[in-house]
Design a protein around this ligand. Structure first.
Ligand SMILES: Nc1ncnc2c1ncn2[C@@H]1O[C@H](COP(=O)(O)OP(=O)(O)OP(=O)(O)O)[C@@H](O)[C@H]1O
Ligand SMILES: [Mg+2]
Length: 496
């Protein structure tokens, strides 16, 4: 077939290479169908033609046509014994050099009345399943409608069908992504907090119910579930929105420093206290104080905190008189405070004072409905930030995201999408861009990995997920901070 020319002198091989080039580049269905029509009409030497496709609901609709009236198309595609119906039913091409004396067309007005001499109607098939037909006919040019052209027509139609299916998938995906984007924008009613799962809806209800009050709130949840985000939302949408929001990570400071941070100190009250200093409770006066990782504070500080909550008073370190403060407290922790009460490291009375309202943020793996929504939200955020023209996720990536267990929760998802946006080459984020080591809840470890290497792999991955926070990584791995630091030193030497 390679050197064969049709009646117009157009090489059939040339037509095939043109169609395979466009199916890889054209993603817009309308444009693709127009091009398919052009190449088909030109190569076979037809004067009229159309492409008909099944749509999602199983209806057959003509997508693109050349030189044909609606009445002609109706006649060829109508329910009765139409050409199109035969081709769709049998999956076989109908080719007729002499249509006027072909009994298959006796009933077909459009062919008889219009004096059509030659007809070709080719099924468009994906894996043997018909998705539509390509119809061509001609009054004057008949040379393109001979048996010898059949293999070309079949190959051409197969190629075209692949292109059409890809374009349809792309359109569907674009629609899905658009839908997700819309949902991401309106899901919570609370600016920036994305979620649509029943569990997050409960969280939104609680948050909305505490906005207009001064009630103390405890936010619990694993690392990366959004505790700080929720704390900020409660402040910024609540009554105190125009007042200060002060946040302190209690886990990182030794007791004496933390005390002076919280309550302030008098000049000379300890070595290094070179001037009077206001504590953060005073800075937060009339606003909100977010005490992050409250589970880590010492029992001495717990007692002082209890007094602030009971009396609304603080005492700077080294001073004897008390100062009044009006502060709304929001505390967060990824520890189980009830267990800490049981083992005597957290005061029960403080717990009940703090825990007026309890917000529990579920781990991401328990609300898979939110994963794609959040993914889309982060995609838009980072695509805009990196000025990259990325529209959404490829189907395989959409499939992978909800199956991954997300041990680092939303933070891990956010980091994953940011990295994927940077890595992505095309308009869609592919599964490889996500770089998810584990795809189905099982570890895929290279054989021959030693226990030591596995430990290192786990520690490094966990540190990545906690944004380098050793305390959080240690908590998650069930080891001490010191163990991680010790191991890191060892590995460092092993490297050098
Ligand atoms: N529902 C959500 N919608 C949008 N972004 C979210 C959501 N939850 C978390 N994030 C984002 O994930 C990241 C981690 O959230 P955040 O810092 O609030 O978690 P955390 O629970 O305080 O974690 P940690 O215990 O490690 O401190 C932040 O960038 C935050 O904006
Ligand atoms: Mg936090």
């Amino acid at each position: 077939m390679d050197r064969e020319l049709n009646s117009n002198g157009v090489s059939l091989l040339d037509a095939l290479s043109r169609i395979s080039a466009i199916i890889n580049t054209l993603q817009e269905l309308d444009v693709l169908l127009e091009r398919i029509m052009d190449i088909a009409v030109e190569t076979v030497g037809a004067e009229r033609g159309f492409v008909l496709l099944y749509d999602d609901s199983g209806m057959r609709t003509v997508q693109t046509a050349r030189n044909m009236s609606d009445q002609n198309i109706q006649d060829l595609t109508g329910i009765s014994t139409s050409v199109v119906r035969q081709v769709l039913q049998t999956g076989e091409t109908i080719l007729s050099y002499d249509a006027q004396s072909d009994e298959r067309f006796y009933d077909t007005q459009s062919i008889v009345v219009n004096q059509i001499q030659s007809v070709a109607c080719v099924p468009l098939k994906i894996k043997e399943r018909p998705i539509g037909v390509l119809y061509l006919d001609s009054i004057n040019h008949r040379k393109g409608f001979v048996e010898a052209v059949l293999p070309f027509l079949t190959t051409f139609a197969n190629q075209a069908a692949i292109g059409i299916e890809n374009a349809q998938l792309y359109q569907k995906l674009r629609e899905e992504n658009r839908q997700l984007r819309k949902e991401a924008q309106r899901s919570s009613g609370l600016a920036d907090i994305i979620g649509q799962s029943p569990k997050m809806k409960q969280v939104f209800d609680i948050i909305n119910s505490v906005l207009d009050s001064d009630a103390t709130v405890v936010i619990q949840g694993e690392s990366g579930t959004g505790k700080e985000l929720v704390a900020r939302a409660i402040h910024h949408q609540g009554l105190r929105r125009d007042k200060p929001f002060v946040a302190l990570f209690c886990g990182s400071l030794p007791e004496s420093l933390l005390e002076s941070e919280l309550f302030g100190h008098k000049k000379g009250s300890f070595t290094g206290a070179s001037c009077d200093k206001k504590g953060l409770f005073e800075t937060a006066d009339s606003g909100t104080f977010f005490l992050d990782e409250i589970g880590d504070i010492s029992t001495k500080l717990q007692t002082q905190l209890l007094r602030v909550l009971q009396e609304g008073e603080i005492k700077r370190v080294g001073e004897n008189h008390v100062r009044k403060v009006d502060v709304r407290i929001i505390a967060a922790t990824n520890k189980n405070l009830l267990e800490k009460i049981k083992d005597g490291t957290f005061r029960e009375d403080l717990y009940y004072r703090l825990n007026v309202i309890n917000v529990f943020l579920p781990p991401l793996r328990e609300r898979p409905e939110d994963i794609l929504l959040l993914g889309q939200h982060f995609l838009m955020k980072f695509a805009a930030k990196c000025k990259k023209n990325i529209h959404g996720f490829a189907a395989a990536a959409l499939d992978l995201l909800p199956r991954y267990p997300w041990p680092g929760n939303v933070r891990e998802l956010e980091n994953t999408i940011e990295r994927a946006v940077v890595l992505a080459k095309g308009a869609l984020i592919g599964p490889d861009d996500l770089r998810l080591a584990e795809s189905n809840g099982h570890w895929h470890l290279p054989s021959g990995m030693t226990l030591e290497k596995l430990a290192r792999h786990l520690v490094e991955q966990t540190l990545q997920e906690t944004g380098g926070n050793v305390t959080h990584a240690a908590a998650r791995l069930g080891v001490s901070r010191r163990w991680i630091q010790y191991k890191q030193k060892q590995w460092q030497y092993a490297r050098n």
